[in-house]
Write a protein that binds this ligand. Structure first.
Ligand SMILES: Cc1cc2nc3c(=O)[nH]c(=O)nc-3n(C[C@H](O)[C@H](O)[C@H](O)COP(=O)(O)O)c2cc1C
Length: 186
């Protein structure tokens, strides 16, 4: 697949199954992520790769987040939270590791750089025939999850990227009209 086709045709896949990406595929994925644009070479990126029991540990954090939000939450909701990471054989948390108070590189730029890294992961996965889906949801912003993942005060969870083997067909790609989005100053 050539680069322009990849950029035009990348698509999310929510239905994912095993096996997870292999070591070679993961290396290509991380190399792509580490090419994200990066003002002043701060490298504001941290990735946590969850698989196997790691997915269950992540699910446990999600359940703890539910409990913090509502100590009267029932078992059904807690179990639903626990199961969320098990929708894929692998999840990569993309974290913006923010260096505060860098002249000319405010936090927003560092978070955007981590967002670019997340997009690169999606693209590298798609290019290799893997399925991937960027999810954040409320857990990305939850204090229990943030603490459990070891975030510093200025860090942000930018994405939980669910990765695996395609478990279904890609949906048709929405065709947007370029003129609806682009203004010309000539
Ligand atoms: C920052 C961010 C967070 C997202 N979080 C979720 C989410 O929690 N759940 C979800 O179903 N989709 C989420 N999405 C949207 C999907 O990843 C996906 O982009 C969307 O379903 C459109 O599919 P496409 O990527 O094939 O165009 C998120 C996208 C972004 C950019």
């Amino acid at each position: 697949m050539d680069a322009i086709s990849l950029l035009h045709e990348r698509s999310s896949m929510g239905k994912l199954m095993g096996p997870p990406p292999n070591a070679e595929q993961l290396e290509a994925i991380y190399r792509a992520a580490l090419r994200a644009p990066d003002h002043k070479e701060l490298r504001p990126w941290r990735f946590i790769e969850f698989s196997g029991e790691g997915l269950e540990r992540l699910g446990e954090l999600f359940a703890e987040a539910e409990y913090r939000e509502d100590p009267h939450v029932g078992d059904t909701a807690l179990n639903a939270a626990r199961k969320k990471p098990l929708r894929a054989p692998m999840v990569i948390a993309v974290i913006a590791k923010v260096t505060p108070e860098v002249p000319k590189v405010p936090k927003v730029e560092q978070v955007i750089s981590a967002g670019c890294a997340a997009h690169a992961i999606l693209l590298a996965a798609h290019a290799q025939g893997l399925g991937a889906m960027w999810r954040s949801g409320k857990y990305a912003f939850d204090p229990v999850v943030r603490k459990g993942l070891g975030l510093n005060e200025d860090d942000e969870v930018v994405a939980f990227i669910y990765l695996g083997t395609l478990g279904g067909r890609h949906k048709p790609i929405a065709q947007h009209d370029i003129d609806d989005f682009v203004e010309h100053w000539r």
